[in-house]
Design a protein around this ligand. Structure first.
Ligand code: ATP
Ligand code: MG
Length: 662
């Protein structure tokens, strides 16, 4: 079928031949702290080594893992884009994340400091984790789960989530974690798509100071699906729970009677490890398949390199949910493969008070913190005085993931959380890439607020124009990955054709990430938001990110989302939705001031036609702004897929607040 190559995502967006306009100028730079640089896990030599021999570099990184059979072949790219990494090697992923640390004499090291929302806490050592994972593996085996079967996991942020995932990995079953907050419909489609045999859930979890039930949604979902034989239920809140005899099994009962001995079998490197759905920011979520050896290699290497992790002394905390890829790679697989000590927190950042995160950093002496721009902007809105009440001096590296981070949010993070000394690593990657791809290295890179900067050692990324030509420094276009990487997705589960169409058909031989990007004069990469969000105004492609960052740099604005809405004279007109800071109030003067502020910062072409103050913005459950819904509103269209929206009433609120179009 002939395709219109300009309509890359089938959303009717036409991007012109002209590359993305480069409007934002950011001159600030921060050198790595000397002491960190002097002791860094990874130095600039890694880039050179990987450039000289990319596959040799990854073969060496694979040796961070313990293999039952060492791989002799690094990459099989004989049938692109279907990759096989380390194909003749065999390993057990759970053994790598747990047992080997115990065998190395580190069984007493805390793997997980669990902090429940109500304030309960638990420290789980690697030796204890080994026992728990072994019991759970034995329990799954008793329930008839074996290699290749799929298991759905729908849990709150409790240690059992990691245990359940590792137990699946240990027996060669493929997990599909569904964010514990999705509706019965979302669970049902994901269970069905994966054809899962067992679902692991809990009675509930704590959310905003209250127990919040989980099992009713699973009961509803499972009642429509034949494949599910058993529902395993963790008791977390103790709330009343409906029970289906014969199908439902209490986690503590079945694991409690298992042996803590379990011999991990070695599986092929390409054994499917998990299926995970993307966040649904741009449309219907895609079921991404990841496998074992290559995935774990890159998750472990990047966690070691980008966070400069020292497992003996660091206390690491990633605030993501295990229901997202960040939780998979940087709560479960990367940190545990590296023998890290980490914090796992169940609840929301404002329960019981808005300083909860900083209280946790202080309590555990967190040294490495990994969070998202949406959280940082929220903390900015809450005020500088809140983190100032806590001792954050243990922190030494800060990370960001999930969206482009606005330079003003980056500066706030550095100043108010990082005491003006911690390097910030802005990590670009996707569910599909499995692990970090573009990021500063904390002991090497002179960081720039708002830029992910450079492909990591062993990763090949660049920015191209419509004709697939690499743009020169200073130019903008599409972010592409030009060489296969170990933790790359292997396909979209059950839909090879969609895998080919979505990622590999836009530019011959290159992976199309769907994100716009530019290169600055030093060749550093700046992410500019989704390609399908790019606005075309009077013949210029303008990125949403740059206009939003300009708005957020105004003292009255806490958050901003901009979209291009059809316009008779300019093709598209920029419409900005803004959340004001607590102290600011809406007025025609303020709206005019904000429009002029953007015009002055980025140039007259980027001046929004309309600025609409709103109370909330539509976000995915993972906290990302869903511009496509705002575009639907701005163009008076019916809303697209809203299943991954946090709160669907937000859209009603925005629609009723909107003044009619001028
Ligand atoms: P869907 O693919 O279903 O639309 P999604 O893309 O939001 O959802 P994820 O895989 O969770 O699903 O998110 C990956 C995307 O998040 C990237 O493609 C990019 O747009 C954005 N992103 C992640 N980290 C960064 C970052 N550090 N800088 C800029 N953008 C980022
Ligand atoms: Mg995506």
């Amino acid at each position: 079928m002939p395709r219109d190559t300009t309509d890359t995502l089938g959303l009717g967006e036409v991007v012109s031949n002209e590359s993305l306009a480069n409007l934002l100028r950011e001159e600030r730079k921060f050198a790595p702290p000397a002491a960190l640089a002097a002791n860094a896990n990874v130095t600039a030599a890694a880039y050179e080594q990987a450039e000289a021999d990319r596959l040799g570099f990854w073969a060496e990184q694979a040796r961070r893992l313990t293999w039952a059979t060492e791989p002799t072949e690094t990459l099989d790219w004989s049938n692109p884009p279907f990759a096989k990494w380390f194909a003749d090697g065999k390993l057990n992923v759970a053994y790598n994340c747990v047992d080997r640390h115990v065998e190395a004499g580190n069984g007493d090291r805390v793997a997980i400091h669990f902090e429940g929302e109500p304030g309960d806490s638990r420290a789980i050592t690697y030796a204890e984790l080994k026992d728990e994972v072994s019991r759970a593996a034995n329990a799954l085996t008793e329930l008839g789960v074996s290699k290749g079967d799929r298991v759905a996991v729908y849990l709150p942020m409790i240690p059992e989530a990691a245990v359940a995932m590792l137990a699946c990995a240990r027996i060669g079953a493929t997990h599909s974690v569904v964010f514990g907050g999705f509706s019965a419909d979302a669970i049902a489609t994901r269970i069905q798509d994966a054809d899962a045999k067992v679902v692991i859930t809990a009675d509930g979890g704590y959310r905003r100071g209250k127990p919040s039930a989980l099992k009713p949604a699973v009961d509803d979902a499972v009642s429509r699906i034949k494949s599910v034989e058993h529902v395993l239920v963790v008791r977390r809140t103790g709330q009343d729970t409906a029970w289906t005899e014969g199908r439902d099994v209490w986690w503590h009962e079945i694991t409690g009677r298992q042996s803590a001995e379990h011999t991990p079998e070695a599986f092929e490197a390409e054994q499917p490890l998990f299926i995970l759905y993307t966040s649904g920011t741009t449309g219907k979520p895609k079921g991404i398949l990841h496998t074992s050896g290559g995935y774990l290699t890159q998750a472990a290497y990047t966690h070691h390199a980008v966070f400069d992790l020292k497992p003996e002394t660091d206390v690491y905390w990633c605030t993501a949910d295990v229901g997202w890829v960040t939780g998979h790679s940087y709560i479960v697989y990367g940190p545990l493969a590296n023998g890290a000590t980490q914090v796992m927190y169940e609840g929301t950042p404002d329960t019981p008070h808005q300083g909860r995160f900083w209280e946790i950093v202080q309590k555990y002496g967190v040294t490495i913190l990994y969070t998202a721009p949406t959280a940082i902007r929220t903390f900015m809105k809450w005020g500088d005085d809140i983190p100032a009440k806590f001792d954050l001096s243990s922190l030494r590296v800060l990370g960001s993931v999930g969206e482009p981070i606005n330079p003003e949010a980056w500066m706030w993070y550095r100043k108010h959380i990082g005491a003006d000394k911690c390097p910030i690593v802005d990590t670009w990657w996707q569910t599909e890439t499995g692990a970090m791809m573009i990021s500063p290295l904390p002991g090497v890179t002179e960081t720039k607020p708002g830029s992910a900067q450079r492909a990591l050692p062993g990763i090949s990324a660049t920015v191209v124009d419509d004709e697939a030509n690499e743009v020169p420094d200073g130019g903008g276009g599409y972010l592409v990955l030009t060489e296969p990487w170990p933790s790359m997705l292997r396909t979209i589960w059950g839909d090879d054709q969609r895998f080919l169409d979505t990622y590999w058909s836009r530019f011959e031989g290159k992976y199309f990430a769907g994100d716009g990007a530019k290169k600055d004069e030093d060749g550093d990469v700046w992410l500019l938001g989704r390609v399908d969000d790019v606005m075309l105004v009077s013949g210029h492609n303008i990125s949403t990110t740059e206009v939003e960052s300009a708005l957020v740099s105004h003292p009255s604005v806490a958050e901003a989302a901009v979209v291009g809405a059809a316009d008779e004279t300019t093709g598209q007109a920029i419409v900005a939705f803004v959340i004001l800071r607590g102290s600011a109030t809406t007025s025609d003067e303020l709206v005019a001031e904000l429009r002029n502020h953007v015009g002055a910062t980025l140039g007259p072409i980027a001046k929004p036609k309309r600025v609409l103050p709103v109370a909330e913005l539509p976000k995915t459950r993972s906290g990302k702004i869903m511009r496509r819904l705002l575009r639907d509103v701005a163009e008076n269209r019916e809303l697209g897929d809203v299943t991954t929206l946090t709160d669907s009433s937000v859209m009603d609120l925005i629609t009723t607040q909107l003044p009619s179009a001028p």
